[in-house]
Every structure is written in C-alpha cells, then in structure tokens.
Design a protein around this ligand. Sequence first.
Ligand code: GRF
Length: 223
Amino acid sequence: MADGQTGGYENFRIVDREVILGVLASGRGSNLEAILEAIDQGWLRARVGVAISDQPEAYALARARRRGIPAITVLPGGFPSRRMFDAQIRRICEGHRVELVVLAGFMRILGEEFIHCYQGRIMNIHPSLLPGFPGRDAQRQAFDYGVKVAGCTVHFVDTGTDTGPIVLQAAVPVLEGDTPDTLAERILREEHRIYPEAISLYCQGRLQIEGRRVRIAPEQEGR
Ligand code: GRF
C-alpha cells in the first residue's frame, strides 16, 4: 500500500500479542483441542488461561488438565440465579485475566450483564451457516431441511441466540448418502480450521465490528 494510504484500516490496532483465552465448554472439547493445537503449532499467539464447564464430566476439562491448564466446573444448580452463575464465571475469567471468552460447545445461555461486560470479546462457533438454523442440533436441522450446502460460523456473541456479527464461515457440501452424523463430522473438521483462525485474527487486532459487519484487516507484510 502506498504511503499515506491506509485503505480505511486506520482504526485497527494491529498488534501481535499473546491474548489470554477463557474457553467455556460443556462436552467433548474437540474445538478446545483444535485451539490448543494451533497454539502449540505456534501460529495462534494466545494462551488458554482457564477452561470452564457446567458439566463436571466434560471431556473438555480433561483435555485442559492434561496440559496443565486450570479446569474449573461451575455447577448452575449451585447458584440461586443465572445472574449469579454468570457472575461466578466472570469472576473466574477475571481471576485468570481472560481477554477473549471462547464458547466452544457451551450449552448455557449467558445473560446480558455478562455479555455486555465482554462486549466484542466473546466468540462462539455454531455448526451451520448462520443466520440459517440457529439453536440446537443445527446440523440435523440443515440436513432435514434438505440444504445442498451446510457449514459453520464463528461469530461474536450478542444477547440473541446465534445472532452476533459474523467473523468467518466455511461451507460444507451435503453429499449423496450423507446422514446427519456424516455431515456433522465434515462440518466439525471445518470448525477446527476456522475457529483457531478467527481467534488468531482477533489476537492480531485485525477484527473490527461495524454494526453487523466484522471487517478483517489484511495481513501486514513481513509477518
Ligand atoms: C460443535 O459442533 C460446535 O459447533 C457447537 O458445539 C459443538 C462442540 O463440539 N457449538 P466440541 O465440544 O468442541 O467437540
């Protein structure tokens, strides 16, 4: 880019720093694993500071522990209200100096207070091409609808269900002979590719939310 031309990216604060992630997961944690692998491979400059689950048996917690990452269960039943459950998660995140909250198969809805507190700093992965098929069992919803192209979406979280500004998407064709399970498997492979990539863009300061749109600054030369 010629001198004096910023291409409209002057408001981006492009940096390369290690961002501390707080990963919230309720289940097997394959997305957490993909993030940890990207960190190990050195192209995702982040650190998982804490893994939190609402399910004590979540395999995600075991994956974190195996790597010496604090893995904490917060049981919703232990709190008189959702607000207090959220507040506990927030306390844990703050205690571990979490900058970006990463929802990776976390099966609870976080309340407005939590979301406002981490505005623009919470991401989620959803196994459909949003805005199609929000909510649970998205792969099956898409399959049953008869779509020819399914996929997955990484988005920032707002107070709606799977409605926040979209960071990255990947398309996955539905093949003859697919079942909801085979389709979900291929979607998951794409999830494992685009989630670490989206987090990396965040860590590099290359994402900017403008209304519904997330602008992605080009990679800087020499990186
Ligand atoms: C993924 O399909 C993700 O898109 C959805 O929940 C699932 C979590 O899988 N939000 P895993 O626990 O990361 O393996």
